[in-house]
Structures are given as structure tokens and as C-alpha cells.
Design a protein around this ligand. Structure first.
Ligand SMILES: [Cu+2]
Length: 306
């Protein structure tokens, strides 16, 4: 039994395609985590011998139920068991199949609540990012910087090469104005919406937060790895639901400050149609596209040798 589980885990791990902070074809499992939030989410989900996790529990339940079904089908089919028993009650069995699931649920609930409270909010945010969803895009504002607010709409495939270094742009995931955030800072994320319910989601950050009109929801993230991150609206919100991606450049704090100065300044970039994109370009943040692939490769080799 344990050998089968181990073999299954190895197979799952090795059948994963190359890692990156973006969706890949035929992907199994999560994108690599870029925050403590996502590390903990993954730990709670992924298989491990050392702590309670959902993969072990559901795998055990599936194998157990499958074994019961096979046993019943073989042992009690019409041929093998022509005269069926008329038994209808078994007190011990009924108590067991009620109590055992309750125990399983309690075992899951304890780490689950711990994680929920951890993900809920950060006590001491270093900065705030306000997000408002609309059909079809996102409005971002940085309340610590008066007047710094922009819309992020999707770049159609045909225009990608105009805004992103050749061949690096991701179809259906890039926005004219990307968000720029600092790494190693506690970022408070506030979401709302102006028309219908949307959901602001970045898998690598471990955030999936509904954006509800007339209400403010809170999440937080402390990004640990510089890079370019993608997400998508995750609440079916209408015909162009698939066309409101999220694209984030996570950079060291000094570079983030340079970007803030650039977008809030009076320079040519700040007057451009897409000031955030213009500043990302002039500050050379697209270098993180290459770094990202290199560091992810590094991470993947480290993981394999562990
Ligand atoms: Cu939406």
C-alpha cells in the first residue's frame, strides 16, 4: 500500500512539465509558489509523510472505496452468491461508518483553520494595492501614492510583440498596464468591483479573492521571488471573462521605488497611453523574464536532488 502511494507520488512528480509562474500545457499540480501563503497551501494539499495533507487522505479513501467495490462485485455477484443474505442492520458497522468520517473531518479541520487564519490578513502591511474589477479588466490604485491609478486591459495576441520583448509575451495573459509590486514586503490586497462579481487570482501568490460590488475583501501577500506572475479572473463574470488577465512584475524594493517615481512623475513615460508599461520598459523590468526561467530551473534541479 505505502509502496503504491510512493510510486504514484514519484510518477506524478516526474510527469510534471517544466516549472514556471504561468500556466503550461498539460499541467498537473500547482505553479511553483512565490509566497509563504502558497508554500503553506501546497503543503496542506500535496502528498507528504511528515504532516497531515489532503492528498494522502483522499488517496487512501479512494483506494479503500475502490477495494470495497471490487470485493462486492466479485464476492457477491449473482453467480458467486446466488442466495443473498437478508441482513439489514449492523449496529457496530453503522457506528463505525458514522464516527470514522467525523474523525477524518476533524483531522482535516484543524490544519485547515490554522491556514485560513494565516491567509486572512497581514497585521502590519507595508503597502496597499486596491483592485477593482470591471467588465473587462482591472483598475489598480496605490493609495500611498496620490493619484496613482490605472486600468489593466488585455493585450490582444496580434499586439503582443509591440509591448513585450519578441516571443516572450504570453497569449491571453498580458495587460497593457502591468502591476508592479515590491518583493519582501507585506502587501495588503483590497478587492472590489464596479459591475458584477469578479475574482482576483494569482496562483503563485496563493491568492484567490472575490471582487464584489459594494464590498471590500481583503487578502495579502509577501512575494519572495522576483519575476513575472500571471493570473486570471476566476469568477465567471460574463462573455469576456477569459479576457481579463492579471500580470504582475515583482521586483526588488529599490526598483519598485524607481517605477513609482516614473509613473507618478512628469516624464514622458507618465504621459504615455500606458504609463505602467512605459515605465516597465524604460526601467528594463523585462530582464526578469529571463531570470525567472533561470531561477525556476535552479529550483527544479534543487527539488529533484532533495
Ligand atoms: Cu471577471
Amino acid at each position: 500500500m505505502t509502496r503504491v502511494l510512493a510510486a504514484l507520488t514519484v510518477w506524478l512528480a516526474t510527469s510534471l512539465p517544466a516549472l514556471a509562474f504561468e500556466p503550461k500545457p498539460n499541467e498537473l499540480g500547482f505553479q511553483p509558489p512565490a509566497s509563504e501563503n502558497m508554500v503553506r497551501l501546497e503543503e496542506f494539499h500535496n502528498f507528504s509523510w511528515t504532516h497531515i495533507n489532503l492528498m494522502t487522505i483522499i488517496t487512501a479513501i479512494v483506494i479503500f472505496v475502490l477495494a470495497l467495490l471490487i470485493w462486492v462485485a466479485i464476492r457477491y455477484n449473482h453467480k458467486a452468491n446466488p442466495v443473498p443474505s437478508k441482513t439489514t442492520h449492523n449496529v457496530l458497522l453503522e457506528v463505525i461508518w458514522t464516527v470514522v468520517p467525523v474523525i477524518i473531518l476533524i483531522v482535516i479541520a484543524v490544519p485547515s483553520y490554522k491556514l485560513l487564519f494565516y491567509l486572512d490578513r497581514t497585521a502590519n502591511p507595508d503597502m496597499t494595492l486596491k483592485i477593482s474589477g470591471y467588465q473587462w479588466g482591472w483598475t489598480y490604485s496605490y493609495p500611498e501614492h496620490e493619484g496613482l491609478e490605472f486600468n489593466a486591459d488585455i493585450i490582444p495576441e496580434a499586439e503582443l510583440a509591440e509591448y513585450i520583448p519578441e516571443g516572450k509575451g504570453r497569449r491571453m495573459l498580458e495587460t497593457y498596464n502591468p502591476i508592479v509590486l515590491p518583493i519582501e514586503k507585506n502587501i495588503q490586497v483590497l478587492t472590489t468591483a464596479s459591475d458584477v462579481i469578479h475574482a482576483w487570482t494569482i496562483p503563485a501568490f496563493g491568492i484567490k479573492k472575490d471582487a464584489v460590488p459594494g464590498r471590500t475583501n481583503e487578502a495579502w501577500v509577501r512575494i519572495t521571488v522576483p519575476g513575472i506572475y500571471y493570473g486570471q479572473c476566476s469568477e465567471i463574470c460574463g462573455i469576456s471573462h477569459a479576457s481579463m488577465p492579471i500580470s504582475v512584475y515583482a521586483v526588488p524594493f529599490e526598483e519598485y521605488e524607481a517605477w513609482i517615481a516614473c509613473v507618478s512623475g512628469t516624464g514622458a513615460e507618465s504621459k504615455a497611453d500606458y504609463p505602467s508599461r512605459a515605465c516597465v520598459k524604460s526601467l528594463g523590468f523585462d530582464k526578469y523574464r529571463n531570470l525567472q526561467n533561470a531561477s525556476v530551473k535552479q529550483e527544479a534541479t534543487n527539488g529533484a536532488s532533495e
